[in-house]
Design a protein around this ligand. Structure first.
Ligand SMILES: [Zn+2]
Length: 253
């Protein structure tokens, strides 16, 4: 036990492009929060319908397979609900329509934290171009979070559905680029690996164990954490205000 404090939200919504993106990016953190009683919502903009490289499998069949895999994976993590928006895989665009769909979800579930990927990453090495769906989902998620979800005069027609404006408190952007926060996932890395194994159509013969441990160890280096996930965290409502009024901050592992 050390003196380090870790922020624990009561609820969090992860908004990503494809089934398995959340499990690769932030499921160790989500599992920790779920273990503490947080309500966790997975939002998948697409159902990965072109992500199974087999001409014998139709897009409709791929959707079914990948949604089932995602449901199993999120069960391992302890998610309360998984929402599929079923936008076309490989062609995701951050339209106003998509923004409105996400605003509707944010106002309905009222999460304290939003997690998404980094919309600024176009490439991350000389062998990797970031999937355009990842950038699109992240852009749509951030644009829905601020200012739209919390601004009563934007998408005010959602009031007719009983959905009032809601301001998420923090945004966690999973990124390798200048992260600000490292979340210790020593106690949940096994769940992260088990969750990833549920995405059988994506893993095929590849076992995530070794690679995931290596990536998480790399992120924990110099942070006194055996395994970590890294985020750029944007706080829309101050820590001081939150701690005084409604939040909880618990000792780290
Ligand atoms: Zn993806």
């Amino acid at each position: 036990m050390n003196e380090r404090k870790t922020y624990m939200p009561d609820s969090a919504m992860a908004i990503y492009a494809h089934p398995d993106d959340i499990d690769f990016s932030c499921s160790g953190t989500l599992a920790r929060w779920a273990d503490q009683g947080a309500e966790i919502y997975y939002v998948l903009c697409t159902s990965g319908d072109v992500g199974i490289d087999d001409p014998k499998i139709s897009r409709e069949e791929a959707v079914k397979i990948r949604e089932e895999e995602q449901l199993e994976a999120s069960k391992v993590i302890g998610a309360k609900e998984v929402i599929f928006l079923r936008e076309p895989d490989g062609m995701l665009i951050p339209t106003l329509e998509l923004r409105k769909k996400l605003v509707r979800l944010i106002r309905k579930y009222r999460p304290e934290v939003i997690l998404t990927s980094d919309p600024t990453v176009v490439w991350s090495s000389n062998t990797y171009i970031n999937h355009p769906d990842h950038r699109a989902a992240a852009t749509a998620a951030l644009d829905a979070t601020f200012p739209a979800a919390g601004q009563p005069n934007l998408f005010e027609e959602l009031e007719e559905e009983g959905l009032k404006a809601h301001k998420p408190r923090k945004v966690y952007i999973s990124t390798w680029n200048e992260p600000t926060d490292y979340i210790n996932i020593e106690t949940t890395i096994d769940k992260k690996i088990e969750g990833l194994r549920k995405h059988k159509s994506q893993m095929k013969d590849w076992d995530p164990e070794e690679r995931i441990r290596a990536w998480a160890a790399e992120r924990g280096k110099g942070k006194e954490m055996a395994y970590a996930e890294a985020f750029k965290v944007i706080t829309l409502e101050s820590d001081e205000y939150w701690e005084e009024n409604k939040g909880k901050v618990v000792p780290d592992l």
